[in-house]
Design a protein around this ligand. Structure first.
Ligand code: ADP
Ligand code: MG
Length: 249
């Protein structure tokens, strides 16, 4: 269980998050929506450990997650994707996927001397896994293309694949559907459902309400850094205050 309690963040005098609390269970997708500037990305940054907090805490299965320390947060099995995918454009799709399986610092060099056979096997295992992730994304036919040559939607899938190579228990996704064509959005939706069925926790920041309503078990609505509503997608859609603030209707 991911539990966020009373999280507050300030940029100087500006308060970007105001005492935000939420919970997400294993095998569930929690949507995080709200107008631009409402603090969604800031929230993901906090959980990913790259944004300092003024107060509050995050726990995963009761264990305190060390905020502000991205490497240690990653070691807790928390992984994130970015609004604009961070790919190595001049490496191939396959090479990018392999980057997602970054070993611990020093691990490769040390074990190279101690257990060369083990290292070779591990490398082969990672390559097998990379191939299976590409199959899962339906990107196998692009394995040897430069990542920079992919369409925007394919780049988003690739960044999801890189994330999966780190075996995250918690996935933080920042607008995966933005600028993506409907066919690839559908593929993302299927993938998210599979990941949920595997028992992972997914926090989905997304403007595309079809995607939000199609996959989320619950939705939290942020406005000006505060939670203004929470419920199942249908209830959120019927909530007048949400409509006014978020959809501008
Ligand atoms: P969202 O992702 O919901 O659009 P953000 O979390 O990116 O919102 O931003 C929330 C608010 O905090 C915005 O008003 C934004 O201008 C502000 N903000 C975000 N990052 C910074 C920063 N590094 N320094 C100062 N203000 C920031
Ligand atoms: Mg954002």
């Amino acid at each position: 269980m991911l539990t966020v309690c009373d999280l507050s963040v300030s940029y100087g005098r500006f308060q970007a998050l105001r005492s935000v609390s939420l919970q997400a269970a294993p095998g569930s997708i929690l949507g995080l929506i709200g107008p631009n500037g409402s603090g969604k990305s800031t929230f993901l940054n906090v959980i990913a450990g790259v944004q300092a907090v003024a107060s509050g805490e995050v726990r995963l299965d009761g264990t305190l997650v060390p905020l502000g320390l991205p490497e240690r947060v990653a070691a807790h099995g928390i992984g994130r994707s970015f609004q604009t995918p961070r790919l190595a454009h001049r490496l191939t799709v396959f090479q990018n996927i392999m980057i997602g399986a970054r070993p611990q610092a020093g691990e490769r060099l040390r074990s190279l001397f101690l257990q060369p056979a083990t290292v070779r096997r591990r490398e082969a295992d990672i390559q097998d896994e990379a191939r299976s992730v590409l199959r899962r994304l339906d990107l196998s036919h692009k394995a040897n293309d430069y990542a920079g040559m992919l369409s925007g939607g394919q780049q988003k899938l690739l960044s999801l694949g890189m994330l999966l190579m780190g075996h995250p228990r918690v996935l933080l996704l920042d607008e995966p559907a933005a600028g993506v064509n409907p066919v690839l959005i559908e593929r993302q939706i299927n993938l998210l459902k599979e990941l949920r069925a595997e028992g992972r926790i997914i926090l989905l920041v997304e403007h595309n309400m079809e995607m939000v309503c199609g996959v989320c078990d619950r939705v939290v609505v942020l406005d000006s850094g505060a939670v203004i509503a929470e419920g199942d997608p249908d209830a959120i859609r019927r909530d007048e205050r949400v409509m006014r603030s978020y959809l501008g209707e």
